[in-house]
Design a protein around this ligand. Structure first.
Ligand SMILES: [Zn+2]
Length: 258
């Protein structure tokens, strides 16, 4: 499935300021203590910034050092395109974040495991990509919880983030995501790779990202040959600009919704 954006998301893109900076404030200190308690007995996957319980917050851009950009990939895992994306990320030593659908994880469990085993974050993109604002609350829970469960059962990881398909969200969607122990996560830059605009256009769009951006790509849902072809130039371009490429999500074993 493709991922057209059905509305401008600029109004819900928030800066995530300083959440990952230990000791930055007493408030953050208390939250880190809480996080430590919740993570007791678990091994947190390395991810900058770390996930700290803050349900309901919409994350659209990274905090921390101003030279970070996160590459995110939606709609997989896909047996044709995800391995190619993983190989490119490996080649450059870059970690990404994969917003997977439960349906695709159930179809391709080995690929879901490969995503986390190769050092990337995995996150929730619903079971089969509905517009969450147009389905019932019960169906929304089924979509999101079912996906978190299959990711957990397949990879051993508890997801911390959910990305509503098409970026279609509202207070009810955000509250449901929060009730399941996750944060909503959108994006700052849509490369529109789903529309297959050409490799050059995808590269230019991605490299328009400012520091602290979350960049949206797709590794599933259609022909992603242009995305795959564009990735090396995008990674090299960001590095030439002094930007570090990081994960937006922190998947951690042992905690979260059951
Ligand atoms: Zn999608």
């Amino acid at each position: 499935m493709d991922c057209p954006v059905d509305r401008n998301l600029g109004g819900v893109v928030n800066m995530w300021t300083g959440v990952g900076r230990i000791g930055r404030s007493r408030r953050h200190g208390r939250r880190l203590v809480l996080a430590a308690v919740l993570l007791a007995g678990a091994v947190a996957a390395a991810c900058d910034p770390p996930a700290i319980p803050d349900p309901g917050r919409t994350v659209g851009a990274l905090g921390g050092p101003p030279s970070q950009v996160a590459l995110t990939f939606d709609d997989g895992p896909n047996p044709q395109w995800t391995p190619q994306v993983l190989d490119i990320l490996d080649r450059y030593g870059v970690s990404g974040t994969f917003f997977v659908t439960g349906e695709q994880v159930a179809r391709h469990p080995d690929l879901a495991r490969a995503i986390v085993q190769r050092g990337h974050s995995i996150a929730n993109h619903t079971w089969n990509h509905p517009t969450l604002t147009r389905i019932s609350g019960r169906a929304m829970v089924d979509q999101l919880a079912g996906t978190s469960n299959v990711i957990r059962d397949t990879t051993g990881y508890i997801v911390s983030y959910a990305r509503p398909p098409y970026g279609s969200t509202n207070a009810g969607v955000n509250n449901t995501i929060a009730s399941l122990g996750m944060r909503p996560a959108l994006w700052s830059v849509d490369t529109r790779d789903w529309s297959r605009p050409g490799v050059g256009a995808i590269v230019r769009s991605a490299l328009s990202a400012r520091p602290d951006s979350v960049v949206l790509f797709h590794d599933g849902g259609g022909d992603r040959s242009q995305t795959v072809a564009a990735l090396p130039a995008i990674i090299e371009g960001f590095r030439a600009r002094g930007m570090d490429l990081t994960r937006v999500c922190d998947s951690r074993p042992g905690v979260g919704p059951r």
